[in-house]
Design a protein around this ligand. Sequence first.
Ligand SMILES: Cc1cc2nc3c(=O)[nH]c(=O)nc-3n(C[C@H](O)[C@H](O)[C@H](O)COP(=O)(O)O)c2cc1C
Length: 186
Amino acid sequence: MTNALIVYGTRYGATASTSEDIAETLSKEGLDVKVVNLKKDKVKDITEYELIIVGSGIQIHKWTGEPDKFLKKFQKELAEKKVALFVCCGSAEPIDEKEDKAESRENARTKYLKEKAAKYNLQPIAMGLFGGVYNFNNMSWFFRKTMSAIKPQLEAAGVPETEPGLYDTRDTNAIRNWAKEVAQKV
Ligand SMILES: Cc1cc2nc3c(=O)[nH]c(=O)nc-3n(C[C@H](O)[C@H](O)[C@H](O)COP(=O)(O)O)c2cc1C
């Protein structure tokens, strides 16, 4: 059985539930999967894992610090393993009608995934670009104020409000299909 480790960093929760979704699909495909929220727990050793998936949410064009530190810490070991990266971000599912969706996705793929892989000399077997959530309940006062301008856009774009104040732009099928592809590559 292939041992897989998913590590992630999140601010608003999208990367956490996406990680759980990926883990569920990988388990169904026969992998033994451990999921670690790096903001809560540390990983000391990755020897036992053949597949490592590293995920982060994006805020103001930046990954969360912890998965980035993970990539730095284990850079050497990761070069010998199967690695996949994914991000949850607004640019994957732009809500502004005027924005070119394909261009936004391509820019995000370059900035948030390809450049990150290059930074740590990684050749990932897959790079997943997924939508995110806009959770107005746990944004800071400042972000809630500045981001509230996009609420009408979220509503106009028909983004589901899955709980009061939480809009989810993710495509669950795309996440599960990506995880299946990853499972088939290991
Ligand atoms: C203050 C703020 C800034 C954001 N900045 C970006 C950004 O620069 N690029 C992007 O694609 N998405 C951006 N987003 C959307 C987030 O990527 C989205 O909320 C995602 O769910 C974050 O991942 P997390 O839920 O795991 O923290 C931003 C969201 C917020 C609230």
